[in-house]
Design a protein around this ligand. Sequence first.
Ligand code: FPP
Length: 244
Amino acid sequence: MTPTDGPLHVAIIMDGNGRWAKQRGLPRTFGHREGVKALKRTVEAASGLGVDTLTVFGFSTENWRRPMAEVSELMSLLKAYVESDLERLVREGVKVRVIGRRTGLKPDILAVIDRAEARTAHNTRFLLQVAFNYGGRADITDAARRFAEDVEQGRARAADLDEAMFEQRLSTADTPAPDLIVRTSGERRLSNFLLWECAYAELVFQDVYWPDYGPDHLRAAIAEFRARERRYGGAASDDVLAAG
Ligand code: FPP
């Protein structure tokens, strides 16, 4: 498999909303609102750039530590995004899936998530995964708990556990792992995003605050990805030919 084969799963850590706002002397919430516009631009452009799955980090299990006003703004933005864009997403064949813990989310947010998933459940052209109340470690812990429960109930045997069985219990079950993980704003960390799924992902860090992000940035990240050679633990293709 070369980096130019097949549609891509791109995952994005949309970072820098707060700094974008601060630079302009605006409250952080303005940055998040502009961040939603950037998200819309990026979703619109993605399939034209060879992407068939986009996973975005909307709210992490650690984001609860932020001031209450900011937390409720992020919750409202998810709601507003679904309310304004759901019918267009339905028409455009986008399947929406929200990954992360449902516990702790208020009933109105849960209802919006359920509606978005139900209305788009039969779409197959493009998958938009929104990580919301998501943490990689929490997701792995939850998967381990589900497996332990299955063993307790006699539905599985500990000795049979393999990676594929474990993956089936993650919230990303049935979605191929990301090919490319992008983080904006210049920070170079994964911050608890897709910890299991990132095993062979290429990482691209872009020095742009998320509210300024758009199709050209995504195109550049994909170009960088395509210029790399993925080896999945094997040898470089030149070396294989030379040994051949
Ligand atoms: C990081 O910026 C961004 C977030 C914590 C949230 C991302 C959310 C959006 C783009 C808008 C909402 C979208 C959905 C789907 C709810 P930061 O606040 O950490 O920025 P900073 O590091 O500059 O402070």
